[in-house]
Design a protein around this ligand. Structure first.
Ligand code: PLP
Length: 386
């Protein structure tokens, strides 16, 4: 499907709402029925249509159609957050006694899901180095139900071979799920490689304006219906029509935002790679990356997120550098218009900080829509302070 058609037309039945160009926010909790027969039919299968906005809602349905099409998927579910889009399908797919194989170093709350939430329900997770498909295969047991990927992850940008892992999982009757937030559907299409479920934090590139928290999962309709009918409805995972509307508005500019963010980031990366005070710039398309060929095979581009390490780092040096930035903001999240920085040390107590641990000295940078020269000037004056 043509991306211009998806973003401008798909799902938008304008004759149903006064031929308005912009879709309406259907701000309602419930929908009425004219006959008991109609009501009975709707109650028997809520996946069919509009009954109650904890399930589906017409504004959210427009968004579901577009998000499914962007991923080349049959259907999509929209969630109140990205982590709900990760947690709820995982809960839906597993029962006590089942096992999960998860790649090392996924998103922080994903680690908490597998390490402290699921053990309460008798589900065990094994973390495996995702760069080694044979290590994933070796970790499979008769209880393995799910292989969970995040390619690339969003701090060290390790990638996994999606095609090989999906084929190996299929041969073993195991479901595969990926967190595709880093790439978005524009830069990576996991379903085309055979991955079953694709989750994304819509808070990041899809929303893109640092004003909405939401999530999405795409995949086969049969699988999504199963997730919807139990855990999605029971946990109350849906998002508000207002947030769905903001996401629809954001999707109109997704390609142009990502194009500009990627071009900006490439210029900033070029500057950083030549800087005498920078030891390393980590991103999937780095010429130093051992996984460069694989990343280039399955990803179109990298977008705005990468990490750096300083030469001869120390806690004082990292803190002085970050504290000196005037325009690049220190905050969590990414994917919006504003450039951001997170030093990994901010998430570690001073007593636990280990300068020899390569993960502790990472400084994650997100390049937004500002002009690259503006950002480079800010970085340069911060380097001068150390
Ligand atoms: C932000 C993020 C999430 C969680 O999304 P929320 O919208 O914050 O709940 C999950 N995975 C990745 C890779 C993220 O960056």
């Amino acid at each position: 499907m043509d991306i211009s058609y998806i973003l401008n037309e798909l799902g938008e039945e304008r004759a149903n709402y006064f031929n308005a160009i912009a879709p309406p926010i259907i701000q309602t909790s419930n929908f009425k029925f004219n006959t008991v027969d109609d009501f009975r039919e709707a109650l028997a299968d809520e996946y069919q249509g509009n009954l109650y906005s904890r399930g589906f809602n017409p504004t959210i349905d427009i968004l579901r159609k577009k998000l499914a099409a962007l991923d080349g998927a049959e259907d999509a579910l929209v969630f109140g957050s990205g982590i709900a889009a990760v947690t709820i399908p995982v809960l839906a797919l597993l029962s006590a006694g089942d096992e999960v194989i998860c790649v090392e170093n996924p998103y922080s709350w994903t680690i908490k899901l597998f390490n402290s939430f699921l053990p309460k329900f008798g589900v065990k997770t094994t973390f495996v180095d995702g760069s080694d498909t044979s290590a994933i295969e070796a970790a499979i047991t008769p209880q393995t139900k799910l292989i969970y990927l995040e390619s690339p992850n969003t701090f060290s940008f390790d990638v996994q071979d999606l095609e090989a892992i999906a084929a190996m999982a299929k041969a073993n009757g195991i479901i595969t799920m990926i967190d595709n937030s880093y790439c978005s559907p524009l830069y990576q299409q996991p379903i085309a490689y055979g991955i079953d479920l694709v989750a994304q934090s819509a808070t990041k590139y899809l929303a893109g304006h640092s004003d909405v928290v939401a999530g999405v999962v795409t995949g086969k309709k049969e699988l999504l219906k199963q997730i919807f009918e139990k855990e999605y409805m029971n946990i109350g995972a849906s998002t508000a029509p207002q947030n769905a509307w903001l996401l629809l508005r954001s999707l109109r500019t997704l390609p142009i935002r990502l194009e500009k963010i990627t071009a900006n980031a490439n210029k900033v990366i070029e500057y950083l790679e030549r800087h005498p005070k920078v030891e390393n710039v980590l991103h999937p398309f780095s010429k130093k990356s051992k996984q460069l060929d694989l990343a280039k095979k399955q990803m179109k581009a990298c977008g705005g997120l990468f990490s750096i390490t300083l030469k001869n780092p120390s806690l004082e040096k990292i803190e002085a550098f970050c504290n000196s930035l005037k325009h690049i903001l220190m905050a969590v999240s990414w994917g919006g218009y504003e450039s951001l920085i997170i030093p990994a040390c901010a998430g570690i107590s001073k007593a636990d900080f280990d300068v020899n641990n390569p993960r502790h000295v990472l400084i994650r940078v997100y390049v937004g829509l500002e002009e690259p020269e503006y950002l480079i000037n800010d970085l340069e004056q911060a380097f001068e302070s150390i």
